[in-house]
Unconditional design. Sequence first.
Length: 126
Amino acid sequence: MKGVEFMQQKVNAVSVMAGNEEKVFEDVMILKGAEGLYIETVEKIGTDNDGNDLTQNVLTMYPWEKIISLAWKENTLIESVKQAVILEALQDLEGFLDDYEDDEDEEDASSPTEDKRDDPKVNPYE
């Protein structure tokens, strides 16, 4: 990824290594960052006097090395992911082509002008 790019999306299942065990998160929002995957979860921290759950939002970052898999099962999510992957590939290709064109421009600018010493039409004394 160039610079800092973030992409947030819903994922039906995310598998990560937490310590020595595999942990699976289902139907969560993720945020893709350069250093890893951020997973937003809601954890139950207790109950109130009426018996209602008390919850807390948690955002945890897992380095890319700890990510085992991401899975999408809903058609709209699958199409969204496909479009994002294709768009990213096209942007990478565009960047490559821009770099290639810049290299060609540098070569054209750095190549010396045509050597006229051996041209019989050129008078070297003028």
